[in-house]
Design a protein around this ligand. Structure first.
Ligand code: SAH
Length: 253
């Protein structure tokens, strides 16, 4: 007969293993699917987000659910869960996971809210917002990126996201007001059209600054008395450019 202490140890190990397997398979996306490479996402969330100051349980759940690698070109998809931004073509980057989580947490999004994103890029940030139950409106100035993001989101089953090829400087007045606005390209200063489209009680999170590769991430909150602004940290985003880019297809860069 095994000694009782050994028996207990064996039992404890068996339970721990089962618990671990269960966590990995249990994170289903709002699309009803559990996407591949889950264990890499758990490592990313535990090591890069929860270990820093991301403590909103819903944001952490969303980051565990969205398959970041599916939003990246094949050449870089292997490195999808590293702690860094990655180039996705057209001189554009998909933001570092920590920055996506921080902006999402700061925007304070509840299920059912209307959220505007400026700078669709790959569509990844939009998917994270949709995971929180938001109705998402996202604008991208490069037509090829808008088309690709819309296709990726459709393929993954995200149905609460509208992608539009347009100039984010104008916002999306037909869909305003928004409970939250997340700007993922850096304007030299905050466009008035965007703060005008923020609902009372809503928050806008944006990198702002004139320097390429160095801006300040700010959060603006609209109350009945006006706008309050707070600086979060220094960041490096691609610039928010004026006008539209209609290049598409394999020849475009
Ligand atoms: N949120 C994206 C990353 C965005 S990178 C993601 O999750 O992958 C910034 C994006 O903003 C780029 O795709 C860039 O083309 C876009 N952009 C720059 N200026 C813009 C503008 N005026 N209106 C809309 N999109 C703009």
């Amino acid at each position: 007969m095994p000694r009782p202490s050994l028996l207990l140890l064996a039992l404890a190990l068996a339970c721990a293993c089962r618990a671990k397997t269960a966590t990995v398979s249990e994170v289903h996306s709002v699309t009803g699917r559990a996407f591949e490479r889950a264990s890499e996402r758990h490592r990313m969330v535990d090591g890069q987000l929860a270990a820093r100051d991301i403590d909103d349980a819903e944001v952490l759940r969303a980051m565990r659910a969205v398959p970041r690698h599916r939003f990246m070109p094949e050449a870089v998809a292997a490195r999808a869960y590293e702690d860094r931004a990655q180039a996705i073509g057209h001189e554009v980057t998909i933001s570092q996971p920590y920055i996506v989580a921080l902006m999402t947490q700061t925007a304070d999004i509840e299920a059912g809210e209307r959220v505007l994103e400026v700078g669709t890029g790959s569509g990844y940030q939009a998917a994270v917002l949709a995971e929180l139950g938001a109705q998402v409106y996202t604008i991208e100035r490069i037509e090829a990126l808008a088309d690709r993001a819309a296709a990726t989101l459709r393929e993954l089953g995200y149905s609460s996201i509208e992608v539009r090829h347009g100039d984010g400087y104008a916002g999306w007045p037909e869909r305003a007001p928004f409970d939250a606005i997340i700007v993922t390209a850096a304007p030299p200063e905050l466009p008035r059209a965007l703060t005008d489209q923020l609902a009372i009680g809503g928050k806008l999170v944006a990198p702002v600054g004139r320097h390429v590769g160095w801006q300040q991430l700010v959060v603006i909150e609209r109350s009945e008395h006006g706008l309050e602004r707070e600086k979060l940290l220094d960041v490096a985003f691609v610039p928010m450019l004026p006008g539209l880019d209609s290049s598409r297809g394999p020849g475009s860069k």
